[in-house]
Design a protein around this ligand. Sequence first.
Ligand code: ADP
Length: 447
Amino acid sequence: MPESEKKRSGGKNVTSSIARRINASVWLDKLESYVFLNVAILAALFVMLVLYSIGWTPAGDLTAVELLKEIRDMEFTGDSLRNLVMEIHFASGEIRTTALGSWIEFLLPVGVIVTAGEGIDLFTSLFGAHKILKKLRPLDEIVARATAISKISLDQTKIEHLEEAIRTASTQDGQVHLSTGDSDLRKVESALNQLLLKMEDSYRQQTRFVSDASHELRTPIAVIQGYADMLDRWGKEDPEILQEGITSIKNESQHMKELVEQLLFLARGDSGRNTLHKEKTDLRELIAEVWEESSMIDPDHEYVFISAGKELRVGADEASSGNITLPAAPPAFVEVDVSMVKQSARIFVQNAAKYSEPGSTIRLSVNSSGGKVSYIVEDEGSGIGKEDLKHIFERFYRSDKARNSDTGGTGLGLSIAKWIVDAHDGSIDVTSRPDFGSRFVVSFPAA
Ligand code: ADP
């Protein structure tokens, strides 16, 4: 910010007065604690001196308090500090004298050094306001900016300029851009341009989403329509065509149902209506459940759960009984919405199955390290090319390979998984090699 602007704004005056006040308060606190500390040290030294003078030892018959209670009077005599003598008069009439000269000779320099140190510290602290001022610099700038903006006099002509600029906002590089040509309005102009950019970006995302969604829905509708026509023409007489038509219509409507459910999930997410019900959960148990259920539903792949260094495999029958005991291992607690995180894991596991050959192995595991708890899904499938890898989390993105295969996806699974993981402040790391397989590591903050 230019100096002249700062001066005009008066922002610096505000923050330096705040800094001075903070410094004065810190200085007074420091002074108070030094005085308290010194008085406490002197009192402790005096009591120790008295106890020493009356010959108290921890091993003696009387406690220190009992002995102190016996004291009736105390007198100090001597013409100088060096000759100072302390006389202690007991209830029994006994008088004990102690020469304090050597004590004072020893303690005085120590006291002087300590007090000088405190004094120097208090003195330098008097000038500590500039350090506080440095820390308050961002505040200083905010004040200056706010003052500068508030000083722009928005007279009728300027308001008209602004209105005209909004009405005639031009399109530059495909972006709406607003320009008044008035240097006083430059700040307002740049704020409005930034806002326009954001609105435009979100509008573009919305329209792309709607057009992609309509396109994706059009395909199954066209297929259903085609089969309905075919049934109408030939299906009534030919049972083979009838069966083919029914199966295809069933498959397509199932695909459409899936697509609509996924679209609804993302729409709810975008509008902030997907509420999370977080609870403390052992991620190992949660992923083990997904592993069991996958083994049960999909007999075409071998599902392995790696836990405590052991590779666990289940046959479909065992998995359906739900009787699997995991080997003992420390729990991996996370604070998550259980059903959503399960949904995310199912997406990765189903993808692993979709994009790998029957008979291949899919590995699931859970790891804790560096304040994070992660679940890992690995497959030996087709892998993802470098170019595709950049886009797989985009809505409706499917690699050419996936589009041309009959795996039947929608291109929304990973967008949903990412939404869920982001909503839990988590992260996803993907490692993949075409024809070798993929590894998805999904991490959450440890609870
Ligand atoms: P889809 O419904 O097509 O599976 P996703 O959003 O789940 O949609 O995945 C997007 C794309 O990422 C897939 O079409 C596929 O090309 C690729 N992909 C995702 N998971 C894997 C995987 N485990 N192996 C290979 N490719 C994958």
